[in-house]
Design a protein around this ligand. Structure first.
Ligand code: HEC
Length: 147
């Protein structure tokens, strides 16, 4: 009996440790603000890591289990703030990536889609502009009433 009991205790200890580490990680995320979850840097790398799964490698989108609009020849990308907002906050069936991407990563991927797939919008969005477009607090997480 003793070995089993010992194993249970060891398991409990590892579980407690894991929970502690998880909450430390959560606190660090909350303090550090946004970003850092996706390591890829540069518009093309971010696009390949995240966006192409839905919008396809050629930006033409897909219709299947869902409807993923094409970014190729998409006139709506003309206003640079629009795609930045969609990436930061998400829109309908598209999840938000503002929590996982840093300002520069958002700017880079937006500039990338606006200058590829046949799109020729040469004005760029900057990391500073992305920062100013973020919601006042993270769109996920528990919000507690003050006091
Ligand atoms: C899980 C699938 C998914 C992923 C991943 C995804 N999108 Fe989307 N995206 C969508 C869907 C679905 C829509 C349509 C939303 C709607 O109905 O308004 C959309 C819409 C958009 C739009 C607006 C297009 C328009 O004409 O209105 C832009 C811009 C966009 N996505 C860019 C991106 C970028 C950049 C990434 C990568 C950082 C990305 N998306 C990742 C599913 C996805």
């Amino acid at each position: 009996m003793t070995p089993i009991k010992h194993r249970t205790q060891t398991m409990m200890r590892s579980l407690t440790l894991a929970l502690c580490l998880a909450s430390v990680g959560g606190a660090a995320m909350a303090q550090g603000g946004f970003g850092g979850r996706y390591p890829d840097q540069g518009g093309e790398a971010v696009y390949k890591a995240i966006c192409q799964g839905c919008h396809m490698p050629d930006g033409k989108g897909a219709v299947g289990a869902g409807m993923y609009p094409p970014l190729a020849g998409d006139a709506k990308l003309g206003a640079k703030t629009y795609p930045a907002f969609v990436v930061i906050r998400g829109q309908k069936a598209m999840p938000e990536f503002g929590t996982g991407l840093e300002d520069a990563q958002v700017a880079d991927v937006v500039n990338y889609i606006r200058t590829h797939f046949g799109n020729g919008f040469t004005d760029t969005v900057t990391a500073e502009e992305v920062k100013s477009m973020r919601p006042a607090r993270a769109p996920t997480g528990t919000v507690r009433a003050p006091g």
